[in-house]
Design a protein around this ligand. Structure first.
Ligand code: NAD
Ligand code: TYD
Length: 355
C-alpha cells in the first residue's frame, strides 16, 4: 500500500480518488484536517477498505513511526502543506511548521523505516514530494518557462517554505540515499478546490452576486492544470520516475488572472444566467498582494519525454467541467462556507478511525 499525507485537501483528495479508481493498491491517508482538509471530498470511499483515513499531524513523529511500522507502505506521497499564499503573508509560522518542520519529520521517519527494510523493498521504496512551481520565483513577460534546472528564487513565505522542503528532500537523497522523487507543479483547478483560491472563489462569489476581487491590474499570469491531470502525472512519476530527479508538471495554459475571471463569468452566463446582468459586472480591482509574483510558466517537456505524460484536458474543457462541478455541488459549497464540513469527521468516522 501507499501512504498519502494531506489526502483530504484539494489535490490530495483528487489524487486518492484517482488512485483508488486506477489501481488496486490500498491507501493510508494521514491528514490533520486543518481548515483546508475536508473528509466530505472522500465521501465516495466511505466503507471502502482500500482507503484508511488517519487523523493526525505530519509533525507527530511517534504517530509516523507507528503508521510506517503498521502499514509498511512501499511509497509515501507527500501533499500535506499549508498552501495559500495570502494566508502565508498574514501568518507565516504555520507554513514553516508544516511545510518545513513537518516535511523534515516525515523525511526522518521515512529514512528510519526505509533503512530497516530488506534490500529488495529498499530498492523499490519511494518518497514522492509534491511541490510547486512557485519555488522558482517570478518570470518576466519574455522569459522562457521554468525548467527543472531553473534557480530557486522563492518570493512569498509559502514558496520559501516549499523551497526549503524541496531542499531537505534533495539532501535526504544525496546524503542518505533515500529514493526521493519531487514534482513541481503549476496552479491546479478542478473539483473540491477550497473557495479561497482564485477560480473557486470567483465561481462562488459570482453565484452569490458578490464582487469578484482581482488583485492589482489582473495581468499576473499563471499556468493552469486540471487537477486530475496532476494526479495522473504523479502516478506516472511514482511508477517510473528516476530517484533523485525532479519533474515539472504543467498544463501549457498560461492565462492572465483577468482572462480567468472573464472565462468563469462567461461560462456562468451560459450555464446559470443571472437576471441582474452579465457576471463580468461584478469584477472589482482591489489592492495588489504584497510581493505578488508576475508570471509562472512550466516547461513540462521532461516528464513528457521521459514518462510519456501529457495533460488530457485543455483549459477550455477543464474549466467548463470545473464550473459545472460547482453548479452541481451547492451542498459542498454551502458546507464549506458555513463551516459545517468540519463536523464531517465526528459524524462520519468513529473517533480515532484507522489510527
Ligand atoms: P490544501 O491546502 O487544499 O490541502 C492541504 C492538506 O494538508 C489539507 O487536507 C490539510 O488538512 C493537510 N494538512 C495541513 N497541515 C497538515 C499537517 N501538519 N499534518 C497533516 N496534514 C496537514 O492544498 P492543495 O492545494 O491540495 O496542495 C497539496 C500540495 O500540492 C501542497 O504541498 C502544495 O504545496 C502543492 N501544490 C499545490 C498547487 C495548487 O495549485 N493548489 C500547485 C502545485 C503544488
Ligand atoms: P491563488 O489561487 O491564490 O494561487 P497562487 O497565488 O498560489 O498562484 O491566486 C492565483 C492568482 O490569482 C494570483 O495571481 C493571485 C490572484 N488572485 C486574485 O486576483 N484575486 C483573488 O481573490 C485571489 C484569491 C487570487
Amino acid at each position: 500500500m501507499i501512504l498519502v499525507t494531506g489526502g483530504a485537501g484539494f489535490i490530495g483528495s483528487n489524487f486518492v480518488l484517482d488512485w483508488v479508481a486506477e489501481t488496486s493498491e490500498p491507501v493510508v491517508n494521514l491528514d490533520a484536517l486543518t481548515y483546508a482538509g475536508n473528509l466530505r471530498n472522500l465521501a465516495a470511499l466511505q466503507g471502502d477498505a482500500r482507503h484508511v483515513f488517519v487523523h493526525g499531524d505530519i509533525c507527530d513523529r511517534p504517530l509516523l513511526d507507528s503508521l510506517l511500522s503498521r502499514y509498511r507502505p512501499r511509497a509515501i506521497v507527500h501533499f500535506a502543506a499549508e498552501s495559500h499564499v495570502d494566508r502565508s503573508i498574514h501568518g507565516p509560522a504555520a507554513f514553516v511548521r508544516t511545510n518545513v518542520e513537518g516535511s523534515f519529520t516525515l523525511l526522518e521517519a521515512a529514512r528510519a523505516h526505509w533503512s530497516a527494510l530488506p534490500a529488495d523493498e529498499q530498492g523499490a521504496f519511494r518518497f514522492h514530494h509534491v511541490s510547486t512551481d512557485e519555488v522558482y520565483g517570478s518570470l518576466g513577460p519574455g522569459d522562457a518557462a521554468f525548467t527543472e534546472d531553473h534557480p530557486y528564487q522563492p518570493n512569498s513565505p509559502y514558496s520559501a517554505s516549499k523551497a526549503a522542503s524541496d531542499h531537505l528532500v534533495r539532501a535526504w537523497h544525496h546524503t542518505y540515499g533515500l529514493p526521493v522523487l519531487t514534482t513541481n507543479c503549476s496552479n491546479n483547478y478542478g473539483p473540491w478546490h477550497f473557495p479561497e483560491k482564485l477560480i473557486p472563489l470567483m465561481i462562488v462569489n459570482a453565484l452569490a452576486g458578490k464582487p469578484l476581487p482581482v488583485y492589482g491590474d489582473g495581468q499576473n499570469v499563471r499556468d493552469w492544470l486540471y487537477v486530475k491531470d496532476h494526479a495522473a502525472g504523479i502516478r506516472a512519476v511514482l511508477a517510473a520516475g528516476r530517484p533523485g530527479e525532479t519533474y515539472n508538471i504543467g498544463g501549457w495554459n498560461e492565462k492572465t488572472n483577468l482572462e480567468i475571471v472573464h472565462t468563469v463569468c462567461d461560462l456562468l452566463d451560459e450555464l446559470r444566467p443571472d437576471p441582474a446582468g452579465p457576471y463580468r459586472r461584478l469584477v472589482t480591482f482591489v489592492k495588489d498582494r504584497p510581493g505578488h509574483d508576475r508570471r509562472y510558466a512550466i516547461d513540462a517537456r521532461k516528464i513528457e519525454r521521459e514518462l510519456g505524460w501529457r495533460p488530457a484536458e485543455t483549459f477550455e474543457t477543464g474549466i467548463r467541467k470545473t464550473v459545472q462541478w460547482y453548479l452541481d455541488h451547492p451542498d459542498w459549497v454551502a458546507e464549506v462556507q458555513s463551516g459545517a464540513y468540519r463536523q464531517w469527521l465526528a459524524t462520519q468516522y468513529a473517533p480515532g478511525a484507522g489510527a
